[in-house]
Design a binder for this molecule. Structure first.
Ligand SMILES: *Cc1c(COP(=O)(O)O)cnc(C)c1O
Length: 461
């Protein structure tokens, strides 16, 4: 029986402004739609199971083997095996280092992809799955508004993918020079537009485009971070890490620096598929709505969100919280209103969360370097600090893996200031200065943007 996807808002009857979507869709539909018509998030109605034996078999095998194991479990009914094999081979052609820091404690570096952040893992696989299920003979056009890192991960992921073009919109004045270079020079089927105005303006332009009837013929799609197609690939590395590191039937603790909770959600699903995860540690930066919720049982989003040095985690209401609530039998909506609280006892059994200040983050970078000669950047350091806090509270001898979600060379100022050294850029980004390409400048007026799209987007293959 194939897995179907329902909306996290399906039970919200009698809530103003929401017409709950009570049906179910296929994975392909969920992938192309991004979110349900009631603005809820798609959830699989069954979670496929993996036996410990199947997981253990992945020891010593390439990453793409684990990727195939997990994607087959979810997608075998909707994609031919040959296609899935090709998808995972093309997506994962870079290393996934597991670095030993001290006995039984590891750092998994998810920073070796083309844009040196863990977002490459999800974006690359999603891009190839989308290419596989676009309407026959037609093109898909991806529109993304970005304030930086997501745009380049998505752009690089779709680069050269058959039948799909990508238009990235970013706010001219709000991206760093390195980010601008990354976005402008992807090339091929990926074009950047630099818009006058702020990130919110970009997001509004994209939103308007999606609802404009004249643009329907272009098959516009978002590569949104809440797409289940981006969650599924994030299950894989937890299973991979465990298979490589386990020595006997033991449990494992993962620490995942968290912003929108998509990464941590991958671990939650891995556990529910059968991975023996003793605890999912979810440290946040000073956006502490979730750790406070775990401590008090009362949820209140942080608004506006706080600007911390782990800037990819500056989120005051994590978009994937709705999925966590749903998995623990609660409901929260897009704006952060709780309609039903989840089972707190059950949640605390599997999840530990703590807020890490910028001061602690910087100290962690220094201590970890001094003690272990390991270089972390600020997101990974939040993860490490969270793990340390967890072991302070629950001292036990368990296998533990902390995720490093970006490459330290992406944050040269902070690393220079704290450690007095410069890190070379990873291979994937080494020649960035010599890369060519430029953005098209547009105003923040929708009619300009629409004219650009009508003139430049293609319909047929
Ligand atoms: C996006 C991002 C995060 C946060 O991941 P979520 O899935 O949103 O919780 C952490 N670190 C880096 C470097 C990121 O880019």
């Amino acid at each position: 029986m194939s897995i179907r996807y329902y909306s996290t808002n399906r039970n919200l009857k009698n809530v103003a402004g929401i017409t709950p979507f009570t049906g179910k869709v296929s994975f392909k539909e969920a992938l192309l739609k991004g979110q349900a018509s009631d603005e809820g998030l798609f959830m699989p109605d069954t979670i496929p199971q993996l036996s410990l034996k199947e997981i253990q078999k992945m020891k010593g095998k390439p990453y793409s083997d684990t990727a195939l194991l997990v994607s087959k479990a979810f997608l075998a009914d909707e994609f031919p095996l040959e296609n899935l094999k090709k998808v995972v081979k093309d997506s994962y052609n870079y290393p996934v280092p597991l670095e030993k820091v001290k006995p039984k404690t590891y750092i998994m570096r998810l920073d070796q992809g083309p844009t040196a952040s863990f977002k490459d893992f999800a974006a690359r696989m999603m891009a190839r799955l989308m290419s596989n299920c676009r309407p026959k003979g037609e093109r898909l056009n991806i529109l993304v508004a970005t304030s930086g890192d997501t745009g380049s991960a998505v752009g690089e992921a779709f680069k050269g993918v058959a039948g799909i073009d990508v238009t990235i919109l970013y706010p001219e004045a709000e991206v760093s020079n390195m980010q601008k270079k990354q976005l402008d020079t992807i090339g091929g089927n990926v074009q950047a537009l630099s818009a006058a105005g702020k990130f919110d303006d970009c997001q509004n332009l994209v939103k308007q485009a999606f609802s404009d009837p004249d643009l329907v013929k272009f098959n516009l799609t978002s590569a949104n971070s809440i797409n289940f197609g981006r969650i599924l690939p994030q299950i894989i590395y937890y299973i991979y890490a465990y298979a490589q590191l386990m020595e006997r039937d033991e449990q494992v603790i993962f620490s995942v620096p968290s912003g929108n909770f998509g990464n941590a959600l991958g671990c939650e699903y891995a556990r529910r598929m059968g991975l023996p995860v003793a605890k999912l540690v979810m440290p946040t930066n000073e956006n502490d709505e979730f750790p406070i919720f775990m401590a008090t049982g009362i949820y209140k989003k942080v608004s506006p969100s706080r600007a911390c040095i782990s800037n990819a985690m500056n989120v005051g209401h994590p978009s994937n919280l709705a999925r966590f609530f749903n998995l623990y039998d609660g409901t929260v909506d897009r704006v952060g209103q709780v309609h039903k609280y989840p089972d707190m006892e059950e949640m605390r059994r599997y999840i530990f969360s703590v807020s890490v200040t910028d001061k602690q983050t910087r100290e962690t970078i220094k201590i970890v370097y001094k003690k272990y000669k390991v270089i972390l950047e600020q997101h990974g350091a939040v993860g490490w600090a969270g793990l340390v806090e967890y072991f302070k509270k629950y001292p036990e001898e368990k296998l533990a893996v902390c995720l490093e979600t970006a490459h330290p060379a992406k944050f040269p100022e902070e690393i220079q200031k704290l450690l007095g050294l410069t890190m070379p850029l990873p291979d994937s980004m080494k020649n960035i200065d010599q890369r060519k390409g430029s953005a098209v400048s547009i105003s923040n007026d929708f009619s300009d943007f629409k004219k650009y799209l009508q003139k430049n987007l293609k319909i047929k293959e």
